[in-house]
Design a protein around this ligand. Sequence first.
Ligand SMILES: Cc1cc2nc3c(=O)[nH]c(=O)nc-3n(C[C@H](O)[C@H](O)[C@H](O)COP(=O)(O)O)c2cc1C
Length: 394
Amino acid sequence: MSSLLEPVTIGGKLSLRNRVVMGSMTRNRCVDNYKPGPAQVRHYADRARDGVGLIVNEGTFVDWTGCDWKYAPFMITEDHAEAWRKVTDAVHKEGGKIFFQAWHAGRVQHDQMPLMKEMKGRVLAPSSIKAEGGKYRDLPGLPGHTDNVEAIQDPRIVVETYRHSLLLAKKAGFDGTELLAQGGYLPHQFLNSRANKRTDDYGGSVENRCRFLLEIVGAASEVFGGPEFICVKLNPTDFFNDSMVEFEEMKETYTYLIKKLVSCKVGIINISRRGADLHGKSSDFYSLFVRPEGYPVPKGYDPVLDFGSLVKYPGSPSMLMANHDYMVEEANRLVKEGKLDLITFGRPFIYNPDVISRIRHGVPFSENDRGNDVYYGPYQTPDENYNDWPAATI
Ligand SMILES: Cc1cc2nc3c(=O)[nH]c(=O)nc-3n(C[C@H](O)[C@H](O)[C@H](O)COP(=O)(O)O)c2cc1C
């Protein structure tokens, strides 16, 4: 039986030196014109040098956006691609692999954010329905997400927006892409009857609600030379950014979607169990977010194990990856039992530049002892709380 530190090959094409994946994490530190600089090169290279199997870069916008992270990166221009090339080269030099996380905020943004005004950006969504929540610290009165939401006329044009960005990502040297389809962002908005009230081929039935994401998967597979290089990140029990739905809708949507993704031979399906509340209150960062009333999930329900059987069966072309509140023992056991192929650790990679060495030598992960500014700032320099975490003495 395999264990976490054993290698794996995805779809016969993408070889990883182990099954541990550094999850995508927005750190709001691309201070040089929305692109990575020396701090990001060092951050990702350090983690690759320690031996992580795969890195997913921080969520990177595929179009101009008015999201509330003003130093999150974009992949729209050649300039962006050149800057990311320095990161991918550094990761490859250390023997690592890196995926590009494609992010489109959809309705989860504000049209009054300075960049949106400058770029004349439009807030696009499946339907013209405002997302509840949000708090824009840079706008007077700290408003929530905008109500100036424009229903997309032809979703195929937005698929082309993705393709443009993915082509640049490929040029920048990324080994594949993770499509962000959770968190209440655009692909998730299409999946969800709360945000999607369309009456055309992209709304209504489950098949129609899944169409937009499946078309992006198709475009991404063309760009990267096959579906093996595509990962789709899903969170069936999500409630972030006004994305919660009734349990029955969730089951129906993700049963259909995951079967379709496997039939497309997508390399990795990354399922989050956020919102399922398996361990009681989540520690640290996630304790700030509370599931809204009226959308219960049965106690002990685990979406990874529930939908996992649709991905993991003899002869399946797709790998199952999981994330959210896993620790090494549980992840290793699930891999050994054949219930998981890959594991994402997110927060541990923030505070531990040496996750793989610690796993190898049985050294516990360090925890965050510096407070919540660690995640998105503020900071004096981008390296602060980013490239200054000590490795364990082994
Ligand atoms: C500071 C921070 C930023 C994050 N940003 C992203 C992101 O840009 N895209 C994404 O898909 N997930 C994002 N996540 C979620 C992580 O990728 C991961 O799925 C989650 O933290 C669960 O893993 P963990 O319990 O090991 O931290 C973020 C998490 C944190 C803590």
